[in-house]
Design a protein around this ligand. Structure first.
Ligand SMILES: [Zn+2]
Ligand SMILES: [Zn+2]
Length: 163
């Protein structure tokens, strides 16, 4: 999407695990629930670790260690009900997983990040601000940051899933 404003890199945004363009591409038009398992796992792991570590974990049984984990706004994705993030336990070293779970549980469940403008806000906390979730990669976006004026019916896929 050309022409989107690039936000200044304030410390608030430093810990976002991966720039959007480095996100693993998701097969277009396949909803998260129907993605092939390896792709779905890769997507979920990259909310918390680098693409390299995630690939290593899936393809070479690398056990994810504490030092691999990037605690940032990807955490918001892990708290999403649809993500079923508990299924990722198999990829983590035991204590790392325990720490991770407590971090996830203490994370503000309403701290959702718009994947377009990167502003953090609570879903539904302001009636006027409408959000939409990508049915492919589960990111949330302000409806006002999409081409829509209201929430479209049916599945919606963000621009990175459509690529
Ligand atoms: Zn936005
Ligand atoms: Zn998407």
């Amino acid at each position: 999407m050309p022409g989107l404003p690039r936000l200044a890199c304030t410390s608030t945004f430093l810990h976002w695990p991966l720039p959007r363009k480095k996100m693993p591409s998701v097969h277009p038009w396949i909803t998260f629930e129907r993605l092939p398992v390896a792709r779905r796992d890769l997507l979920r792991l990259t909310w918390l670790v680098s693409n390299e570590v995630a690939t290593d974990a899936i393809e070479h049984a690398h056990v994810i260690q504490a030092a691999d984990v990037i605690y940032g706004y990807g955490m918001a994705m892990c708290t999403d009900e649809r993500s079923k993030f508990e299924e990722m336990e198999v990829y983590f070293e035991k204590d790392t997983w325990k720490t991770l779970l407590s971090q996830i549980n203490s994370y503000d469940q309403n701290a959702t990040v718009c994947s377009v403008c990167r502003q953090v806000s609570g879903v539904g906390t302001t009636a006027k601000v409408k959000w939409i979730q990508c049915d492919g990669c589960l990111v949330w976006v302000h409806v006002s940051c999409t081409e829509f004026t209201c929430k479209p019916r049916g599945n919606w896929f963000c621009s990175s899933c459509e690529d």
